[in-house]
Design a binder for this molecule. Sequence first.
Ligand SMILES: Cc1ncc(C[n+]2csc(CCOP(=O)(O)OP(=O)(O)O)c2C)c(N)n1
Ligand SMILES: [Mg+2]
Length: 364
Amino acid sequence: MSKQDAIFTPIGTNENNQKGKVDKAVDLPEPTETSWKDLGLSKEDLKEMYESMYLQRRFEERAMQMYQKGKFGGFLHLYIGQEAVSTGTAWALNSDDDIITAYRDHGFGLVRGVTPESGMAELYGKAAGCSKGKGGSMHFANVEEHFWGGHGIVGGHIPLGAGIAFANKYRETGRITACFFGDGAVHQGVLHETMNMSQLWQLPCIFAVENNGYAMGTSVRRHSVGEIVDRADAYGMKKKVINGMDLFTVYEAMKEMAEEVRKDNQPWFAEIRTYRYRGHSMSDPQKYRTKEELQEYQKVDPIERLKRLMTEEKIAGKKKIEEIEEKVEKVVLDAVEFAENADFPEPEELYDDMFVEEDAKFHE
Ligand SMILES: Cc1ncc(C[n+]2csc(CCOP(=O)(O)OP(=O)(O)O)c2C)c(N)n1
Ligand SMILES: [Mg+2]
């Protein structure tokens, strides 16, 4: 095959992507040099952030195991590797700021009040799930805590994020919106329509791309021309590239942007560079990357990084860390047990919570 032909092959990072070769899909910018103390975080915050990230990871590892045992079906997109993004964001924003994301949503759910029990029950399709068992993995949500889900259509929720921001501006709530989506969504027309309007109307919104290197099996280098972050230039939008493998970097960047948005209502476009460790969904043989590439990113794993810092700076010793981890293990196992014993929704509930509930000719 000629070079010209090969470039159209929608797999891998490039032709050199062979076993043993490391071809990084995403270049991580330097992490912040600001210390956690200077960021205004306390030792307690760090321990809680560790617990949260560890919970997100163990929740998904268990979910994967249960899926493989055939306990539930459907889609299951794991967020493993990206936990610093959800966690840094949750700590940086006010608890009533709005968050919306795509289908890789378990992490954001867990940091925004979806309990492990209601999350696991949702995966199992049980009525006690956060979306009454009718949404599944892609539709975690908790609107009481301003987490608006969990959306399956690539890019489809981006205008919803702007809509929430519009509502906040119109009602003068002072809240900002953080709208997350993947690198694959950047090329959807709707992103560009939304960015144009958001800049024009000065909506209090942070549009944040989680560039994890791949859209399904296509590396970002094969699906995207230039740098993603530069899409902002066309709209005169403020922009930032962030190392999403480092918790403090995400925290600092999100906090700075959020404070500015709150003051001047100018939206931001942020490219958060991160990496997903697992396949796109559960049926992904991952032929498009090498295990050596994955290992490169695992070397800067956000959870391991925080653990090391806490030990080195004597914030939590080995014993304390084990204590946190054991607590999380139990919470996750209890969540699995809860989900297994919970009931499925009643058949009569099938048409509840839909746009059309009464006189629904659509159903006939
Ligand atoms: C409009 C639309 N087209 C195609 C799909 C199928 N699809 C599901 S996920 C995905 C890739 C998206 O990748 P990215 O935005 O980078 O998110 P990631 O999975 O990396 O989190 C595609 C093409 C879809 N869900 N919606
Ligand atoms: Mg992606």
